[in-house]
Design a protein. Structure first.
Length: 567
């Protein structure tokens, strides 16, 4: 039997089951959900039988405005055999101490388990539900950094868009995942990215842009029936019948001689559990999940315990009232210079979680563990509620910090970005823990998921440490997946020198890769091609223009071109 015959036969089987169930009425949302889930289980079983595992889930995290990332995932020196790079104070990861206070900054690293050098921040602990002192190093084994590419053109929306859809006439990364999906909602986005989004599907797979409370907005059709007792009983009865019919279809398929039947048979209980979860707990899940993520994010950001944050919070952070002690705040769109009488460690007590981050994680957890979505766009927004003392002004005030960090100097910026990325890491580790608890066809969901952290561009670091500007030559993205084992990994070459006297020192400017099919500084196509390889798409549409820098040898990731500092 050919693959096309099998597809047609399976479609007839499903339609026959629908007719046998007598449901000629317009399907309720739950009926539609269960029908699509049933079809998805059978398609996946067939794919496994013929040796195609299908595309991994794709989660794109956007940080609009582009906070500087050197303390977390814009890695510079990653190999102890490399010469120490030319130091630029904005490329800092740890404070220099004198007399118990911070008097300067440095680029300090620790060695990961696989000998890759990573920023000092990974020596810290964060909070998760399971562990209030979770080593941040736990994230590294599933992490890869893709650095050293650029567009050469300025503009926030343009550069954000170019990384999502680097080639015209080809699917975006998110669209590529959706095009290979058979789930209920192939692609969702929350919040709406506007000009910072660029979703393209070549298979007509819709991007569901959510508003308001995202889970309620997405799942409103699957909630408790409205409109009175009679209508409610009628819909409830139909939904129960739809669930029973879905189970009957899967049971009948498992007993047949169709492709994938043995796999369906082994996973009937799991399919039943997933279906029940998909229709039973929508209303009760959301508030508790958001609160859980808020808790781990805020505890991790607000932590200034000296035992958890060596090199950051074990030193007095007292301003010298110069440009290196500025933070870029929303009020007046300016660099606020910190007062010498104010210890920056006291600024975090009332800080808010980055906008949309907890909700984005709760949404992602729900739709992935229920098997509802393949491609997800979410966001980690800016932070408010940072209590700051300003030079020349008595007392303190709460401020909103912006991501376009032109006027955030090296001394103050290091403290804030460390707190910010601690919030990112804690939330992501919490999500990973949840995804690991759910298995489908013998694999946990985390091993079948790729998370990509993206911002508009990197930052052009000023030589005097007074701030940074748009870095469209030093772009960076990082990815996290259970498919990545024994990490961290880093790919992409960077230049040793800066652009000029105003932006001197090593700061991640992209450099050509030897024997690569894209000449000169790689473009975002290089990063997209590498992410596509992680997604396990049947055909990588970017590889002819820029080949992936990694591949898989069995289940082990293999770096094809070693990352270097050149020049």
């Amino acid at each position: 039997m050919s693959e096309n015959d099998n597809k047609f036969d399976r479609r007839q089987f499903l339609q026959g089951g629908l007719i046998a169930g007598g449901s000629f009425l317009t399907p309720t949302p739950v009926e539609r959900l269960l029908n699509l889930m049933t079809e998805g289980f059978i398609k996946k079983a067939h794919a496994e039988t013929v040796g195609a595992l299908g595309v991994r889930n794709y989660v794109n995290v956007m940080m609009v405005g582009a906070p500087y990332r050197y303390a977390f995932d814009h890695w510079i020196r990653t190999n102890s055999n490399e010469a120490v790079p030319e130091f630029n104070p904005m490329v800092s990861t740890k404070y220099v101490e004198s007399g118990g206070r911070a008097v300067g900054v440095q680029y300090a690293t620790i060695e990961a388990d696989n000998k890759v050098l990573v920023p000092h921040m990974f020596s810290h602990n964060v909070t998760t539900s399971a562990n209030p002192n979770r080593p941040l190093k736990d994230l590294l084994s599933n992490m890869m950094v893709i650095r050293g590419y650029g567009t050469g053109l300025d503009g926030h929306p343009f550069n954000a868009s170019a990384q999502q859809t680097p080639v015209g006439g080809v699917a975006s990364i998110g669209g590529l995942a959706a095009d290979n999906s058979s789930k209920t909602f192939e692609a969702i986005q929350w919040p709406d990215r506007g000009d910072f989004g660029n979703y393209v599907s070549l298979q007509g797979k819709a991007l569901n842009k959510l508003s308001g409370s995202p889970l309620v907005n997405l799942m409103q059709g699957f909630g408790a029936p409205q409109g009175g007792r009679v209508a409610g009983r009628d819909v409830k009865s139909r939904n129960r019948a739809a669930y029973e019919l879905a189970q009957a279809r899967l049971g009948a398929y498992a007993k047949s001689d169709r492709s994938g039947a043995s796999i369906v048979k082994k996973n009937l209980a799991n399919a039943s559990a997933l279906m029940k979860k998909g229709v039973s707990d929508i209303d009760s899940y959301w508030p508790g999940a958001v609160a859980r993520y808020q808790n781990v994010i805020l505890k991790s950001m607000r932590d200034t315990g000296t035992g958890n944050l060596p090199g950051i919070s074990n030193l007095a952070l007292l301003s010298s009232e110069d440009a290196m002690w500025k933070l870029h705040v929303a009020s007046g769109n300016r660099g606020l210079v910190l007062s010498k009488d104010f210890d920056l460690r006291n600024s975090l007590g009332s800080i808010a979680a980055p906008a949309a981050w907890a909700e984005s994680l709760a949404l992602t957890e729900y739709v992935l563990t229920r098997g509802l979505v393949t491609s997800i766009d979410i966001q980690m927004g800016e932070t408010s509620g940072l209590t700051l003392g300003e030079k020349g002004i008595a007392g303190t005030a709460a401020h909103h910090l912006i991501h376009d960090m032109h006027e955030s100097g090296a001394m103050a910026g290091l403290f804030y970005t460390t707190a910010f990325f601690r919030g990112f890491a804690a939330g992501l580790l919490e999500l990973i823990d949840r995804l690991k608890t759910v298995q489908v066809n013998g694999k946990d969901i985390w091993s079948e998921t790729v998370v990509q952290l993206m911002s508009d561009f990197g930052r052009s670091a000023r030589t005097n440490g007074s701030g940074s500007d748009h870095g469209f030559f030093q772009m960076i993205t990082s990815v996290y997946s259970g498919a990545i084992k024994n990490g961290p990994f880093v790919v992409g070459n960077i230049k040793r020198a800066g652009m000029n006297a105003s932006y001197s020192g090593t700061q991640g400017i992209g450099a050509a890769i030897d024997d690569y099919n894209q000449k000169g500084m790689p473009t975002p196509t290089m990063a997209a091609s590498t992410v596509a390889a992680l997604l396990r798409v049947p055909k990588n549409p970017y590889e002819n223009l820029a080949a992936s820098l990694v591949d898989f040898n069995g289940d082990q990731l293999r770096v094809l071109r070693t990352a270097k500092i050149v020049g």
